[in-house]
Design a protein around this ligand. Structure first.
Ligand code: GAR
Length: 215
């Protein structure tokens, strides 16, 4: 196994319970292809902070309510990310809209997991909206972050069926279980140097991703 210095330093941004963060922590421990170098939350009460602490990972809180505007918050957030020595930034349930300036600062080095089969259901309340729309399939997507909210090039998706009797909670749980496999897999691709964003597209193994990979 390679030493810690050889591993990709991943900084994970969270706002909530951090089950996707946990999946990344577990994957990093299992195969050592990357390391979770730091966890940053915009909320001091995010449950994921305890997960990080339990794994001995440094944490930072950059509380958005302490900044007068988005630009000030994003500037501080960007400085916190850089202070962690981030090579890749993963938004794992990070519920703040980022400014164009912050996205540009980390262009090509920032991934987001979104609970829908993008481009369907960008934004919030994806599970409820999927049920209301009557779709038969739902899921999650991992994409590079660009200035367009939930609009960057999609890398990979996990699909689940919508079952009779589902409500938003049962559907969300089915999707979330698949997120925990999907997100570490994409981070591994990046850590292995297989994945990049170029010319506004996602590339895997030197080929542009026309249709998101299914995980
Ligand atoms: C996940 O379902 C993630 O896809 C979603 O928040 C949840 C976080 O769960 N992200 C978004 O909605 C981003 N717009 P977790 O804190 O247990 O990982």
């Amino acid at each position: 196994m390679s030493g810690a210095a050889d591993r990709l330093a991943v900084v994970v941004l969270i706002s909530g319970s951090g089950t996707n963060l946990q999946a990344l922590i577990d994957a990093a421990a299992d195969d050592g292809r990357f390391t979770v170098a730091c966890v940053i939350s915009n909320r001091a009460d995010a449950g994921g902070l305890a997960r990080a602490a339990a794994a001995g990972i440094p944490t930072r809180v950059v509380d958005h309510t302490r900044y007068a505007d988005r630009a000030g918050f994003d500037s501080a957030l960007g400085d916190a990310i850089d202070a962690c020595g981030a090579q890749l930034i993963v938004l794992a349930g990070f519920m703040r809209i980022l400014t164009d300036a912050l996205v540009a600062r980390f262009r090509g080095r920032m991934l987001n997991i979104h609970p829908s089969l993008l481009p369907a259901f960008q934004g919030l309340h994806t599970h409820r909206r999927a049920l209301e729309a009557g779709v038969r399939e739902h899921g999650a997507s991992v994409h590079f972050v660009t200035a367009e909210l939930d609009g960057g090039p999609v890398i990979a998706q996990a699909r689940v069926p919508v079952l009779a009797g589902d409500d938003a909670a049962t559907l969300a749980a089915r999707v979330l279980a698949r997120e925990h496999v999907l997100l570490p897999e994409v981070v591994r691709w990046y850590a292995d140097g297989r994945l990049e964003m170029r010319d506004g597209r996602a590339w895997l193994d030197g080929a542009a991703i026309e249709t998101p990979r299914q995980c």
